[in-house]
Design a protein. Structure first.
Length: 104
């Protein structure tokens, strides 16, 4: 399985610009693809970071079962990330997304 792309949705603000801005809390949706040679049952993800400006409030997401070459997004169980108010505008944070199936 591989990471495909992400989408950001701000929580509790009228300034909707689909970015992680300083002082915001966001829902983070990620798209993944099954590039393997078998079905990937009940895929789950764990998001982590060591970034001093980012706090992951909800680190676990679910994607369901992915067929071979299938795409999925964690739209029903997304990650929640808070960005410190002192984070520089335009800052690029690093995250790690580990993906697991019910088989490990």
């Amino acid at each position: 399985m591989v990471y495909d792309k992400f989408l950001v949705k701000e929580i509790g603000t009228t300034n909707i610009n689909f970015r992680m801005d300083p002082g915001e809390t966001v829902e983070l949706y990620t798209s993944i693809m099954n590039t393997g040679h078998d079905v990937a049952p009940n895929v789950k993800g764990v998001l982590s970071t060591n970034d001093p400006y980012m706090v992951i409030e909800d680190a676990e997401g679910t994607y369901g079962t992915l067929e071979i070459d299938g795409l999925a997004i964690n739209e029903d169980d997304f990650y929640i990330v808070s960005i410190d108010a002192s984070c520089p505008t335009g800052y690029m944070a690093d995250f790690t997304l580990k993906l697991y199936t019910e088989e490990g």
